[in-house]
Unconditional design. Structure first.
Length: 256
């Protein structure tokens, strides 16, 4: 029996595209404090516009309208237990990675190292990820994520719609709910209490006493910068995220 761990990494759209989508705030939306001098008011307005733009850019990678799927990763775990243990994650399980990524520059694609699919367009990554997910569901394979129900899956499908990538809606969703093949560890730990906070995947891993850590030297909030500087390190970051998600699931006793 198999289980799949799933994660995506996103990066903001090119600055030129963001600039085109961006709405400059009206002057009355920017606080100038008690300033009365025209030159002081104009300076504070300029500073406010700059803060507004920086905030927009910083959050861009989390919105499917202003970001793109840069990588999609799958860790297929083949269970090594006995017949009565099949389906429960075990430290003895066999692992196989499938990483899909893209970049327009050939030299950057080659710098990513050996991965399952290295493409020149986001559309190919999104199509490959959706195909993998749909095949897993058809084969009755559970798909484990962290915050996948609120982020990874909606983001992936919205980008699919923006890019014209077809997918089977009725297979992936049942009305308001995701297919029961998806297991979101964040939802599992919340136990119906949506306000319960874990501090993200790393915070939950720490609570559970996990030994595996996230990739040294990589700030997840600045994944785009890491990808630009070192594509191979970005790939390693995704692989480490998948392995950490698996360990969290193992510690939580997740049994599909």
């Amino acid at each position: 029996m198999k289980t799949i761990i799933f994660d995506i990494e996103t990066t903001a759209l090119p600055e030129a595209v963001l600039r085109d989508q961006y709405t400059v705030p009206a002057d009355e939306e920017i606080s100038v404090g008690n300033a009365t001098k025209p030159e002081t008011i104009e300076r504070k307005l300029a500073e406010g516009r700059e803060r507004h733009w920086r905030n927009y850019v910083e959050k861009a990678a989390l919105n499917a309208a202003t970001a793109q799927v840069r990588m999609a990763g799958f860790l297929t775990v083949t269970h090594a237990g006995t017949a009565t243990e099949q389906g429960r994650l075990s430290a003895a399980d066999e692992h196989e990675f499938d990483i899909f990524a893209w970049d327009e520059a050939p030299e950057r694609r080659s710098a990513m190292g050996v991965i399952s699919g290295c493409f020149d367009s986001e559309r190919m990554v999104v199509a490959s990820a959706i195909k993998t997910v749909q095949q897993a569901i058809a084969a009755d394979i559970n798909i484990i994520t962290y915050n996948g129900e609120d982020f990874d899956l909606p983001f992936l499908l919205r980008r699919a719609m923006f890019l014209g990538v077809p997918f089977n809606r009725t297979q992936l969703r049942h009305g308001r709910w995701w297919n029961c093949a998806f297991i979101d560890l964040r939802t599992e730990i919340q136990l119906g209490q949506r306000e319960y906070k874990t501090g993200g995947l790393s915070g939950l891993a720490k609570m559970l006493g996990c030994t595996r850590k996230k990739t040294d030297g990589v700030d997840g909030a600045k994944f785009g910068e890491t990808f630009e500087k070192d594509p191979a390190l970005a790939v390693q970051y995704l692989r480490d995220d998948l392995l950490l998600t698996e360990e969290v699931a193992l510690r939580m006793g997740v049994a599909p």
